[in-house]
Design a protein around this ligand. Structure first.
Ligand SMILES: [Zn+2]
Length: 75
């Protein structure tokens, strides 16, 4: 489940992280760089529901897996 760091003072949301620890580290780096290490009011780690992959993403993964299987068979 993806996690995001949100800072309402800067009106930003981080890129998604697969772990809460990743989003928390993003928050620590953001606080050090933009807020002198202080905690902005309202900052939080947000859990976003899992999204369904788009059709193109599924096709790309299937193609890569098929190529890997073919490479292993021809080896
Ligand atoms: Zn901020």
């Amino acid at each position: 489940m993806p996690h995001h760091y949100r800072c309402p003072v800067c009106a930003i949301r981080s890129r998604p992280y697969w772990t809460r620890a990743g989003a928390e580290e993003h928050g620590r780096a953001h606080r050090r760089r933009y807020h002198g290490g202080d905690h902005p009011d309202g900052e939080r780690i947000q859990h976003l529901p899992h999204r369904t992959p788009e059709r193109g993403e599924v096709i790309a993964v299937a193609l890569v897996l098929a190529l890997l299987a073919l490479a292993l068979l021809l080896k």
